[in-house]
Design a protein around this ligand. Sequence first.
Ligand SMILES: [Fe+2]
Ligand SMILES: [Fe+2]
Length: 248
Amino acid sequence: MKIVQLSDVHFGAQFRNEIFEQVINEVNELSPYAVIITGDLTNEGLKEEYEGCKELISKLNVKKIIAMPGNHDYRNTGYLHFKKYFPFQAINELSDDVVLITIGTARPDRDEGEVGHRQTLWLERTMKKYQNRTKILAMHHHLIGIPDTGSDRLTIIDAGDVLRATLDSDVDLVLCGHKHRPWLWDFNKLLIANAGSVSSERVRGFFENSYNIIKIQNGKISIDLKIVGGERIPLQNVVKNYTNFEDE
Ligand SMILES: [Fe+2]
Ligand SMILES: [Fe+2]
């Protein structure tokens, strides 16, 4: 099964239209089973931005598109628009072997993320039902800090509780966005993949627009980073070649 993770589209200011057109062509060529968009589809949560973004996303020729909101989508009461333009389910049984579950981390008029006690309980209960499947958890904010993000105060404020629930539930892969910085934490039992920004000018640490391509075969997960209009490399290379990137 092939899944594409797009993140941080930021339709609006600093949006790179020609880059996103290229993304549409590339993803349609890849023909994944599902596309998951881990938040910040719009820059300011405005109705016009939702309309413009929806029009572009509808050019993706993909059976299943799961878009979830980020902190930017919640600005200006954008959460009221989100469910209209991008309705989504929290539980997605992608196949008999793979389940993808989303949790909401964005809150109105706040940039930091929060999951909350009830949602964490729900997550654990839900994951228990899918013990024999490959379990993917998707959220907008990053669950664990990543390099080059300074004194980061925007991580999920109850990340400890969520991380414990994630490990106790034997989640195999967590997908995050938000920092506009591709990165992979490989804890053997658990992979945490952060996507870069697919089409915003605001990239950091890795200065290209990119997205992730996830392959799941017989319970084995591999993740590649695709530079828009450029090469496809294992996401792990961004970590391995950290000092090289620094020197560039
Ligand atoms: Fe973002
Ligand atoms: Fe964000």
